[in-house]
Design a protein around this ligand. Structure first.
Ligand SMILES: Cc1cc2nc3c(=O)[nH]c(=O)nc-3n(C[C@H](O)[C@H](O)[C@H](O)COP(=O)(O)O)c2cc1C
Length: 168
């Protein structure tokens, strides 16, 4: 698939098939993540690959909008290091976008989980206090492709030369 096609067709997936994801595919999406751009090439990211069912169930309980986490065969926790980059959240977000797009290309679904009890998740996963837990990403084969949620029209969000000067 072309990059533009993957960008257009990727959806957040919240229902997964009961089908395992081979380790090589997990490494492939993580490889895509590590090629993301980062401030001063600081690469302030690290990943934890979680397959343990009990851990996934606990994660699902700690994420307010992540009840489906335990249904995914794999969950990837993404941590960033504020000491390595002032822009660690931006850097890490670039890596996660790469990860999500690569997963889609490989027939896998993901969903960014944003709201969770970060202190408790960090404790559960032995993440050092100094690191930032950016997100946890369930990864698996989608049960179905969700309908695309709408996007704002380009004309509404794009200006000519100066802010506020709409493109006709
Ligand atoms: C920072 C961030 C936090 C998000 N948090 C959650 C979440 O906690 N639970 C969830 O189901 N989806 C979450 N999402 C996914 C969005 O709901 C989703 O990207 C949006 O509705 C657009 O749908 P699409 O990804 O299928 O295009 C999050 C996305 C981002 C970028």
């Amino acid at each position: 698939m072309s990059v533009i096609k993957v960008i257009r067709e990727r959806r957040s997936v919240r229902e997964f098939l009961e089908k395992d994801v081979p380790g090589e595919l997990v490494m492939e999406v993580l490889d895509a993540a590590r090629w993301a751009p980062s401030s001063k090439n600081s690469q302030p990211w690290e990943f934890i690959v979680i397959r343990d069912q009990e851990t996934k169930k606990k994660l699902a309980k700690l994420a307010k909008f992540g009840w489906f986490i335990a249904d995914a065969p794999v969950v990837i926790a993404v941590v960033t290091d504020p000491r390595k980059s002032y822009a660690h959240v931006i850097d890490g977000s670039c890596a996660v976008q790469n990860l999500m797009l690569a997963a889609w290309e490989l027939g896998l679904g993901t969903c960014w989980i944003g709201t969770m009890d970060r202190d408790k998740v960090k404790e559960l996963l032995n993440i050092p206090k100094e690191l930032h837990l950016l997100t946890v990403i369930p990864l698996g084969y989608p049960k179905k492709t969700p309908n695309p949620p709408s996007r704002k029209p380009l004309k509404e969000i794009t200006y000519h030369e100066k802010y506020g000067e709409k493109i006709s």
